[in-house]
Design a protein around this ligand. Sequence first.
Ligand SMILES: *[C@@H]1O[C@H](CO)[C@@H](O)[C@H](O)[C@H]1NC(C)=O
Length: 161
Amino acid sequence: MKASAVIMAAAALQGVAADFWVNYLRRIEVTRYGAPTEVGVAFTHAPEITCDSAMGPKIWPNVGDASGSHPGMRCEPGDDVGFPLYRDPLNVVEFNTLNELPGHHTIYKGRNYAMVDLSGFKTGQCYLNRTFVHDLDCPNEEGQVALTGSSMFFCFSDIWI
Ligand SMILES: *[C@@H]1O[C@H](CO)[C@@H](O)[C@H](O)[C@H]1NC(C)=O
């Protein structure tokens, strides 16, 4: 392979690696000190989550206001429909991860699930995909981790997560 072909192949791989899944997750970690619950949005490269990775994805909480310096996810209309979708329908999903990736973006059903940043620039193209259900009960050192939820979107984007 010519050097230019190797570079092209590497660039193509990076393009794939930058695409990501947006998941709704609810994680309860039972330990001897209690059972803190985290509920909100998490970003992953693969749509499947296993016990090996159940503690991995960082969960950004549901919030009423995800603007400015307020981290988390805001859904419109925000109806709680319970396991496994938890939030449905998803007309507007705004998430703000502050200085961490992917950052502050909004996905609009009314714009065919385009993902845009604060200045209205299109930063990705998402597809509604609720087909992956997460329902894990995993042992950990002190107790267990219960992880439930579902995929929300798959997004093509140049943003690394
Ligand atoms: C959801 O994503 C999976 C994996 O990429 C794909 O096979 C499936 O067709 C998608 N479903 C929808 C409704 O887009």
